[in-house]
Ligand binder design. Structure first.
Ligand SMILES: *Cc1c(COP(=O)(O)O)cnc(C)c1O
Length: 514
């Protein structure tokens, strides 16, 4: 017991060391943490406008009934109060710039500063989407060059950079599938999705008007070819396959999966969000994939989540090219680059302008800074790091699938659950040790999943700290379960009412009743 308390103390010290910034502000928390709205006092302003030097216009004459009668109940604060509020909030958050973020299936990798440097070069940062093409040749070249790099990496024939996220890319890709089948006279009715798929896959298929059919995985966690053979028919539009799968297993027989589909005229969609395990090693275009998306905000190091807008390019084979969103970048006869809007079979636009251009710049900077050998090394390091964790924790945590894994590893909480400790409890305790939690309870084919993806960003020292933390948590589960069940202890806010948050969410600030 004594050692456990000591361990807990150590864990909390570690947590605090990491959260140094937080502890510094904690002395006058009670006043300063008051939400920005409660700090409001009438008449304060964070701006100062010059006196009006043009004739005043009666807004209702221009906007009619659209003019609002009152200014709304907005908080009134000075500039420094607002700056402090948001800066303080930013220190309460976890970030890849603060520590390891081992969220499986999400590739939370470091965003190299060279990307940021390049994206802030004036001509790039200030480019306007309405600039004439003649003045946008540099931006068009960035788009074109990134497209060429991604085609090279994926082995596909054509690509659009328009979609703004992975799920948006899936949607675009399945629209291509639908348009392709439609052009042959029948959009077909159903899409097959393995039970190990990312949750966005069935949602995408349903959004595109398809019926989703669930495909069981075999004992290795891969597509069951016999089951697939039975399910595919002339009404199957496509199979959506995450490769490597959400437990990090490479679909070793994916070329056979493609053959079975193609024999019935169906297409193979690959969810390429996990390309961090494949870049520079193998190419989906070479193993039968017809259409796929990439996540620039995962594999290609652009900011993720709250850190910036996403980008989910869709690459496809030749026969799907006519359906790609419009416009596409092409070379004019005089050698300059231009947009082509004249594409009668296109599924149309999926995003205004040309997509999140700032992310293209960052991804291209990342690709060029690494070069082909660097990218391959990145893949090898990501896989090595995940297997280092797997090897070091396989005696501590249950490993349900023994199949070799690539860039992530999926354990189960079976051993700890026997003591009443679930994956979510251990994840909360991990926060005390200064780490962002791994992915909890997903994928569903593993009950009580702990899905861990360290990425190539982490040093062996950091991995050892993480492994040590997980081992200590497993020990705590044996000796002092209560410590875990009440975690986190070293954070500003302790355990939340998650059910309440899901069932009765408070999504909007409302002024206090006067
Ligand atoms: C992240 C992810 C997605 C969705 O990407 P978003 O950019 O979050 O929409 C889809 N599939 C897999 C396998 C993923 O990991």
């Amino acid at each position: 017991m004594a050692t456990t308390v000591q361990d807990a103390q150590q864990a909390e010290d570690k947590g605090r060391k990491f959260a140094g910034i937080r502890t510094k502000v904690s002395s006058h928390l009670s006043q300063n943490e008051a939400l920005v709205f409660e700090k409001s006092s009438p008449g304060k302003k964070g701006y100062k406008l010059p006196t009006l030097d043009v004739p005043e216009v009666d807004a209702s004459a221009v906007l009619g009934g659209a003019v609002r009668k009152d200014a709304g109940c907005l908080p009134e604060l000075s500039e420094i109060e607002i700056i402090r509020h948001f800066t303080r909030l930013s220190t309460w958050n976890y970030a890849i710039d603060l520590g390891m973020y081992p969220l499986g299936s999400c590739t939370m990798k470091y965003n190299p500063r060279v990307n940021e440097f390049v994206s802030r070069i004036e001509g790039i940062a200030e480019a306007h989407p309405y600039q004439p093409e003649s003045l946008s040749q540099g931006a068009l070249k960035v788009i074109r060059q990134l497209q060429d790099c991604l085609l090279d990496i994926t082995g596909m024939d054509a690509i659009t950079l328009q979609p703004a996220a992975g799920a948006h890319g899936e949607f675009t890709g399945i629209l291509l599938v639908r348009a392709y089948h439609q052009s042959k006279g029948n959009p077909r009715r159903k899409i097959l999705i393995p039970d190990s798929a990312h949750g966005t896959n069935p949602a995408t298929a349903a959004q595109c008007g398809y019926e989703v059919q669930n495909l069981k995985s075999n004992a290795l966690g891969m597509v069951d070819l016999a089951a697939l053979e039975q399910m595919v028919d002339e009404d199957t539009a496509a199979l959506m396959l995450t490769n490597p799968s959400t437990i990090g297993v490479f679909e070793a027989e994916i070329h056979k999966v493609a053959e079975i589909l193609h024999a019935k005229g169906a297409l193979l969609y690959m969810d390429g969000a996990n390309m961090n395990a494949l870049v520079g090693k193998t190419r989906p275009g070479d193993f039968g994939v017809d259409v796929m998306h990439l996540n620039l905000h995962k594999t290609f190091s652009t900011p993720h989540g709250g850190g910036g807008p996403g980008s989910g390019p869709v690459a496809c084979k030749k026969m799907l090219e006519p359906f790609l969103p419009t416009p596409i970048v092409e070379k004019a006869p005089d050698g300059s680059l231009r947009f082509n809007y004249d594409r009668p079979q296109s599924v149309g636009r999926v995003r205004m302008f040309y997509g999140n251009f700032g992310m293209f710049v960052r991804a291209l900077a990342y690709i060029l800074a690494n070069g082909p050998d660097g990218l391959r090394q990145t893949t090898e390091d990501a896989v090595l790091n995940a297997n280092y964790i797997r090897k070091n924790l396989e005696d501590t945590l249950e490993l349900p699938f023994k199949t070799p894994t690539l860039h992530e590893v999926c354990f189960s909480d079976r051993r700890q659950a026997a003591k009443g400790i679930k994956t979510g409890d251990m994840a909360k305790r991990l926060i005390d040790y200064g780490f962002h939690p791994y992915t909890v309870s997903f994928p569903h084919i593993v009950s009580g999943a702990l899905m861990i993806e360290p990425t190539e960003s982490e040093s062996v020292e950091e991995l050892d700290l993480f492994i040590d933390a997980m081992k200590q948590i497993a020990r705590e589960a044996e000796e002092n379960p209560e410590l875990i069940l009440s975690a986190p202890h070293a954070t500003r806010i302790s355990r939340l009412d998650e059910v309440g948050a899901a069932r009765r969410p408070v999504l909007r600030w409302k002024p206090k009743a006067e």
